[in-house]
Design a protein. Structure first.
Length: 353
């Protein structure tokens, strides 16, 4: 066994169908009596349901969460928390809503109770992001890590198939890059492999029966494990590329992960053979890059960056973005190979193993 360092994050997790009804006890457990409930505009209904469950402990609903946490939205939510003298935040939604809660927590040091409705995994990380002047700045701060996560798989039953699949691939990406992270350790490896296994086995069952309760539950469980990996170790080329081109060209977050993952893994495959073998075993395919491409294709996912808004004439700029700020990666960053990666992902080709 090689030497390693592993820090655990203290998070309380309530998992299972019907967990939403336990939000009140969890808010009380944290000693909160005046919480602000956050959601996106489209899911205000969810937030109002939470406020109803909380009764007098819910002081207000703020339903303006949007992708990538624009600074103005963060300021507006923080002002609402101040106005209502909030002593806690309940965020119900995907990564955008959790991200908004983190922005408020960063400013006011309020505890967060996260109720995730996608597989993005932000609820399990101390990572925050804020967008100002078109640039997304990210950082890590223990203050933004939710104190409690309430996973109720019934909230994911209405996730549209394509979005749900892309979000599941976003989760698999956290685990996949965790397996070749410079600071990986035996515990994060276990979490990553089990997380990918749970998700890869759930996806085909959800395709056949979108309301398959066990499959939905398995996928959410896997998303938690994969998110925990993201929160514990450093990410590499795949996440940096998604972040850079998603932000610059306004591409949808989960779908960008889904289109790029087979190709970023193909890029790194020769320099991360042990990780690739673990991924292949976890998803029960002969190879990690083509196996994930096949999983995506078989389940009707979007495969090509050109189908989610990247123009061919933007590929060269995307290559420059990938090269811009050096970061640890198993394989050195090479301009010509990165260009091939992006051309293949743009066209949605099956990666060559
Ligand atoms: P999202 O939260 O923007 O949700 C995508 C869309 O799905 C929204 O329109 C939302 O209303 C809808 N939606 C959410 N749950 C639904 C449900 N159950 N049923 C039907 N529709 C639903 O997207 P996301 O992919 O969850 O999160 C992406 C954001 O999270 C990005 O900004 C990304 O950078 C961030 N993120 C951060 C971390 C972190 O650790 N900080 C980790 C992962 C993602």
């Amino acid at each position: 066994m090689d030497a390693f360092t592993y820090s655990t994050h203290a998070v309380r997790v309530i998992f299972g169908y019907g967990s939403l009804s336990r939000v009140g006890e969890e808010v009380a457990r944290l000693g909160c009596t005046r919480v602000l409930v956050l959601s996106t505009p489209g899911h205000r209904g969810h937030a109002e349901r939470v406020a109803y469950v909380l009764g007098s402990s819910a002081k207000a609903v703020f339903d303006r969460a949007i992708m990538h946490v624009p600074i103005d939205t963060a300021r507006a939510a923080t002002a609402e928390a101040r106005r209502t003298d909030a002593d806690g935040i309940v965020a119900i939604g995907g990564g955008s809503t959790t991200g908004l809660a983190k922005a408020v927590a960063l400013e006011l040091a309020l505890p967060i109770i996260a109720i995730p409705t996608t597989y993005a995994g932000s609820e399990a990380t101390p990572i925050y992001g804020l967008t100002e002047g078109g640039l997304k700045r990210t950082g890590r701060d223990p203050a933004v890590l939710p104190k409690t996560i309430v996973y109720d798989p019934s909230l994911t039953l209405e996730l549209p198939h394509l979005l749900g699949f892309a979000s599941a691939m976003n989760a698999i990406a956290h685990a996949a890059e965790g397996l070749y992270a410079a600071d990986r350790n035996p515990v994060t490896n276990l979490l990553a492999v089990e997380g990918m296994r749970a998700i890869a086995s759930a996806i085909p069952r959800m395709t056949v029966h979108p309301a398959d309760r066990d499959a939905r539950s398995d996928c959410l469980y896997g998303a938690w494990l994969c998110g925990t990996v993201l929160g514990s170790v450093g990410m590499a080329l795949h996440h940096k590329l998604c972040h850079a081109i998603g932000g610059r060209f306004g591409l949808p977050h989960a779908e960008t992960h889904s289109c790029l993952l087979p190709h970023t893994l193909a890029y790194n495959a020769s320099c991360a053979t042990a990780a690739m073998a673990m991924i292949a075993r976890a998803i029960e395919r002969p190879s990690a890059p083509s196996g994930l491409h096949d999983l995506a294709r078989e389940n009707g996912a979007t495969l090509a960056l050109r189908d989610i808004g990247l123009r061919e004439d933007q590929i060269d700029a995307a290559v420059e973005l990938a090269l811009a700020n050096p970061y640890p990666n198993p394989r050195p960053l090479e301009r010509a190979a990165l260009r091939s990666l992006l051309i293949n992902a743009w066209a949605g080709e099956r990666p060559v193993d």
